[in-house]
Design a protein around this ligand. Structure first.
Ligand code: F6P
Length: 319
């Protein structure tokens, strides 16, 4: 094998650049040439490639986002789009591909794999909604970003003795809200995986304030419901001054934490080694302290199981 390619796809995540850096430098260390693909699968279809050397990934380990840019690509869902991508890869003499992204990335990777291009995936999404891996790249950073926001909102909530609803990202997953809520000591967590009971939430808020709490912080994962409606309903049910803070896209940026940089570096390097060993159709996954390879088929169309023990723990510790 002489040349491989690497791309980032789906929503960007802090740590993607650390993964790109590890792929490029490990590949060059093992005598391979590396092509970067711009804008995810759209770049494969448009033939948007850049040759990458050691210097291409200098000084990026600490930067959020992705130097290759990313995009969601509907055209790649069509056989015609995939054929065009395959043709471009053959023209560039690309013999294998490493894809960094969320669950949609691996559906595309599986199709390419079936078309004869060895593909190894790396989980990169702040949502952490990919099964079979403890963490995806970007998750530790977004949890710390949300935690910083909770700490800041807690100050003003306490000063005004208010209830705050904080909306976080996660698409249809409650992973971000659960981890940041547990770490931040939030009073209530509203997650897509848990049946919504605003009457119970309101009772908890009133009970807490009655025993002397100076604030109540409610973390709402975006996939649950419209956050302004939730806020207005809670204000009516509690009779308390209730405000909403939507964190939005700051959750997607920021310098990756040490944990995310180490995870990205380990997964990027291991992905290259697996390709050199002739492996394909697998995603890098972290289990405990070990990096494993999980078949794409085991990832696709499966939902990551929420840690219900952590959910119960957060509820107990916030009484
Ligand atoms: O998948 C990452 C994510 O940030 C989700 O949490 C969020 O719902 C979505 O991307 C937003 O997508 P876009 O960047 O296309 O608005």
């Amino acid at each position: 094998m002489k040349k491989i390619a690497v791309l980032t796809s789906g929503g960007d995540a802090p740590g993607m650049n650390a993964a790109i850096r590890a792929v490029v430098r490990t590949a060059i260390y093992h005598g391979l040439e590396v092509c970067g693909v711009k804008r995810g699968y759209a770049g494969l279809i448009n033939g948007d490639f850049i040759e990458m050397g050691l210097g291409s990934v200098a000084d990026i380990i600490h930067r959020g986002g992705t130097i290759l840019q990313t995009a969601r690509c509907d055209e790649f869902r069509s056989p015609k789009g995939r054929e065009k991508a395959l043709e471009n890869m053959h023209k560039k003499e690309i013999e294998a591909l490493i894809t960094i992204g969320g669950d949609g990335t691996f559906r595309g990777a599986l199709e390419l794999n079936k078309m004869g291009i060895p593909v190894v995936g790396i989980p990169g999404t702040i949502d952490n909604d990919i099964p079979c891996t403890d963490n995806s790249i970007g998750f530790d950073t977004v949890v710390n970003t949300v935690l910083d926001a909770i700490n800041k909102i807690r100050d003003t909530a306490t000063s005004h003795e208010r209830v705050f609803v904080i909306e976080v990202m996660g698409r249809n997953s409650g992973e971000i809200a659960l981890a940041a809520g547990l770490a931040g000591g939030a009073e209530s967590l509203l997650l897509p995986e848990i049946e919504l009971d605003l009457n119970m939430v309101a009772e908890n808020v009133k009970r807490g304030m009655a025993r002397g709490k100076r604030h109540s912080i409610i973390l709402l994962a975006e996939g649950v419901a419209h956050s302004m409606e939730i806020t207005e309903e809670l204000s009516k049910l509690t009779g308390l001054d209730t405000r909403l803070s939507i964190l939005g896209y700051i959750q997607r940026g920021g310098s990756p934490t040490a944990l995310d940089r180490i995870l990205a570096s380990r997964m990027g390097a291991e992905a290259v080694k697996r390709i050199l060993r002739g492996e394909k159709g697998i995603m890098m996954a972290v289990s405990g302290n070990e990096i494993k390879g999980i078949e794409f088929e085991s990832i696709i169309n499966r939902k990551k199981k929420l840690n219900y023990d952590d959910y119960r723990l957060a509820s107990i510790l916030s009484i």
